[in-house]
Design a protein around this ligand. Structure first.
Ligand SMILES: Cc1cc2nc3c(=O)[nH]c(=O)nc-3n(C[C@H](O)[C@H](O)[C@H](O)COP(=O)(O)O)c2cc1C
Length: 195
C-alpha cells in the first residue's frame, strides 16, 4: 500500500471504467469496506450492507441483471440473433469486471429516517472509494434501472419490502485512469451569510 495523503486522494480518485482481470484480495476488500464503515451515520445505525459478487458468483448476478433489463423493456427477450448478440456482449462486459459490490440498506418507513439512512450509505460508499484508491483499487459507483426493479431484488435474494439497493460498485485494479474533469469552482456555489 502506497500512502497517499487524504487530501491528495480526494482529488486524485477517479471513477474507473476499465479494469485489469486480476482480482482484489479479500483482505484488501475487507480493509476497504472497513474504512467505509467509519462513515458517520445518524443514531449510529450503520445501515450499509455489502454483498460481493466475484468468481463464479458473478454469473447468477449478471443473469439477474439481464432478466431485469428484459422485464423492464431495456432488452428484448427473443431469439433474434441481434438480441442474443447484445445479451452476450453485456454478459461478457459485466463478467470481466472482477468484483461487483451490491450495497443495500434496511428500508425505513419514515421518509426522514430513509433519507438519513441513504445519506449515511452514500458517505460509506465514498469513504470506501477513497480507501480503495489508497490501495490502488478502482471503483465505479453505478445506479442503474435494475436497482429499482423489485423482481431483480427478489432474484438476488433481497426482500424488496424491507431492503433497498443503494448502488452497485464495480471494483478491480484500474486498467486505465480517466483524466481529471476538474470541478466547478466552489465559490460559484458558496455563499457566506454573516449577518
Ligand atoms: C450516485 C452516483 C451514481 C453514479 N452512477 C454512475 C453510473 O451509473 N455509470 C457511470 O458510468 N458512472 C456513474 N457515476 C460516476 C460519475 O459519473 C462520476 O463520479 C463523475 O463523472 C465524476 O468522475 P470522477 O468520479 O472520476 O471524478 C455515479 C456517481 C454517483 C455519485
Amino acid at each position: 500500500m502506497i500512502p497517499i495523503d487524504l487530501l491528495t486522494a480526494i482529488k486524485a480518485r477517479r471513477s474507473i471504467h476499465n479494469f485489469k482481470s486480476e482480482e482484489v484480495e479479500r483482505d484488501i476488500l475487507r480493509d476497504i469496506f472497513t474504512y467505509g464503515s467509519y462513515a458517520p451515520s445518524h443514531y449510529m445505525k450503520e445501515s450499509w450492507n455489502i454483498r460481493l459478487y466475484e468468481k463464479n458468483g458473478k454469473k447468477a448476478f449478471v443473469d439477474a441483471i439481464i432478466a431485469s433489463y428484459q422485464r423492464i423493456g431495456m432488452l428484448k427477450a427473443d431469439d433474434d440473433p441481434k438480441t442474443q448478440k447484445m445479451i452476450a456482449s453485456m454478459q461478457q462486459f459485466l463478467l470481466q469486471i472482477p468484483h461487483h459490490a451490491l450495497i443495500y440498506f434496511p428500508k425505513e418507513e419514515d421518509p426522514i429516517r430513509y433519507e438519513e439512512a441513504y445519506a449515511s450509505v452514500c458517505a460509506f460508499i465514498q469513504n470506501a472509494q477513497l480507501a480503495a484508491w489508497e490501495y490502488g483499487v478502482g471503483m465505479l459507483w453505478t445506479i442503474t434501472p435494475y436497482m429499482h426493479d423489485d423482481g431483480f431484488a427478489t432474484e438476488v435474494g433481497l426482500d424488496s419490502e424491507t431492503e433497498k439497493i443503494a448502488a452497485v460498485m464495480q471494483i478491480g485494479y484500474p486498467a486505465r485512469i480517466p483524466r481529471d474533469k476538474g470541478r466547478t469552482p466552489i465559490v460559484d456555489k458558496m455563499a457566506f451569510v454573516s449577518e
